[in-house]
Design a protein around this ligand. Structure first.
Ligand code: ATP
Length: 514
């Protein structure tokens, strides 16, 4: 684990060194949990957004996109429940003065029992070799059974406390489990309190009466309040979806782990409207589709899992997360929620406008039910980087850092390099670059040794390096080096577009989703 944390620290440093992510306002010592994306980060982020947007909007006839404003009428957040119930339970350690989310402390404690069981299993698997039967071991090992029983009891108690919104009980669990503050090491805890996560600001001048408005904590409400606009103008028939990518803001109490939990972040959300009674069928449908979308990137199927929710939000009747194995454990990247007809009904009630759909097949009107898929762009970005960051031994006393990004997402697809800075090679290299730059994001690099230039491209995950040498001038061939295998091949310049396209085009990736 310590080693993993080490890797994570290196990854954060790497993100800064290579222009992926910078702390916001860095020259003023930064702003808590706010980050800026650099020249490579923005390309990777845009590619992630394109992968999501096109998979939703381009590949599905019945899904369309919108881009709604961040500022919305304040009553929207009354109707959605965010003013009254968008809270996190927080607890402070009196010695370190550090603040924590009570639910997160308890969930980490549950994960500790899971780890203990996993360790016992790994130990036994090593001891028994091929004859090891995991199920049998779990059912018979006294240690495992004891850990499992404790875990299950804690889990049940926690789920009940969360569902009952019982803050004293949450504190009592922390006391009973003897959870200590990682900083002070003490159990000197305050009471658990609720904390609203919405940022607010004023709109209009105070003289003629200003209005308190909120920065949206999710993009979803912009979709719900436009349901009728889109349904009518797009002549959409149920089932259909509305997708949106945009910024969201949450005043997170505990903002740690780099871009995992930010105060300003970006979401990609799709609300899929269905007939009442059919929502659980569609929930299963979207659950499967979304996991397939993640896995199609080839980051390793074993790095993803579902995590069903214990505490369902008051509006939901089913919810699951897609988690990715980060260096600090499996963590939520995306949520899939069956939100019932809660949101549309609330807006119908608060706005006084009828928000219904006339279903011509059933010959009746109803408030549609909703399945939501909600993923954070930044968390997706982090998961991709965690999966891609590799330190590889490539010779005696030589390691290279390479980002094994899915090539479609790489910020730069190809780097064109003259072997030396003379003899007409730079001119030839630029000629090649000027031809392929219409199709791919490319870089030109002539500084330092060719080895150093390769390493620079490895560090930002460029799938191809194209080297122009003296032979190029004679026969119009170049060497093309592949990032992961480091294999070099001599190919005709006329072949370059095909070679790069075969590996970096979205088309092949999209075909895997169909
Ligand atoms: P968590 O339990 O981690 O606070 P959540 O369950 O509140 O997350 P949702 O409200 O379901 O998250 O938001 C959907 C997605 O938005 C999450 O899966 C995550 O990818 C992203 N997200 C939510 N909060 C943040 C944040 N503070 N920073 C970055 N991404 C976030």
């Amino acid at each position: 684990m310590a080693q993993q944390e080490d890797v994570f620290k290196k990854l954060v440093a790497h993100c800064k060194e290579y222009g992926f992510v910078f702390p916001s306002s860095e020259i003023y010592d930064g702003l808590g949990a706010v980050y800026d994306y650099g020249q490579n980060g923005v390309e990777l982020k845009n590619n992630i957004k394109r992968y999501w947007w096109d998979a939703m909007v381009k590949l599905n006839e019945n899904i369309v996109g919108i881009d709604s404003a961040i500022f919305m009428h304040p009553t929207i957040w009354k109707a959605s429940g965010h003013v009254d119930a968008f809270n996190d339970p927080l607890i402070d350690n009196k010695d370190s003065k550090k603040r924590y989310r009570a639910d997160v402390l308890i969930e980490e404690q549950i994960a500790k029992y899971d780890d203990k069981i996993a360790k016992e299993v790994a130990k036994a698997a090593k001891k028994f070799g091929d004859s090891f039967d995991k199920e049998k071991f779990l059912a018979t090992s006294a240690h495992c059974k004891e850990h499992q029983a404790k875990r299950d009891a804690l889990h049940a108690r926690y789920a009940k406390a969360m569902n009952d919104n019982n803050l004293e009980e949450l504190r009592q669990i922390i006391i009973d489990e003897e959870i200590v503050c990682p900083i002070s090491g003490t159990k000197n805890w305050t009471d658990v309190r609720q904390f609203n996560l919405m940022f607010s600001t004023e709109m209009g001048s105070t003289a003629d009466g200003s209005m308190k408005i909120f920065l949206r904590p999710e993009t979803a409400q912009g979709i719900f309040v436009n349901f009728l606009n889109v349904q009518k103008t797009g002549r959409m028939k149920i089932p259909f979806g509305i997708a949106q990518i945009g910024k969201a803001f949450r005043n997170e109490i505990v903002a740690r782990q780099f871009i995992f939990r930010m105060r300003e972040f970006e979401q990609m959300e799709m609300q899929f409207f269905v007939r009442p009674g059919e929502e659980l069928k569609w929930f299963e449908h979207w659950k499967a589709i979304r996991l397939k979308w993640h896995k199609a990137l080839g980051m390793g199927d074993e790095n993803y899992r579902y995590h069903d929710h214990d505490k369902l939000a008051h509006y939901a009747n089913a919810a699951t997360d897609i988690e990715f194995r980060m260096p600090f454990g499996f963590k939520e990247v995306e949520g899939i929620h069956s939100r019932t007809n809660f949101d549309l009904s609330q807006h119908q009630q608060y706005s006084g406008k009828k928000i219904q759909y006339f279903d011509p097949e059933l010959n009746e009107s109803y408030v549609p039910y909703v399945i939501e898929t909600s993923i954070g762009v930044d968390r997706m970005f982090l998961s991709i980087l965690c999966g891609a960051y590799t330190e590889e031994v490539v010779g005696e006393n030589d390691t290279r850092v390479v980002l094994k990004l899915p090539a479609v997402l790489s910020p730069v697809k190809a780097a064109v390099m003259p072997l030396v800075k003379k003899d007409g090679l730079p001119e030839k290299a630029r000629e090649i670059l000027n031809d392929i730059k219409f199709d791919f994001n490319c870089q030109y690099d002539e500084k330092d040794s060719i080895g150093k230039r390769y390493r620079r491209q490895d560090a930002i995950g460029t799938p191809f390096c194209i080297t122009v040498d003296h032979q190029t001038l004679e026969d119009n061939t170049v060497t093309i080096r592949e990032r992961d295998t480091m294999q070099q091949e001599r190919v005709a310049v006329s072949e370059l577009k095909n070679i790069i396209n075969a590996k970096t085009s979205f088309t092949e990736l999209f075909k895997k989703l169909m």
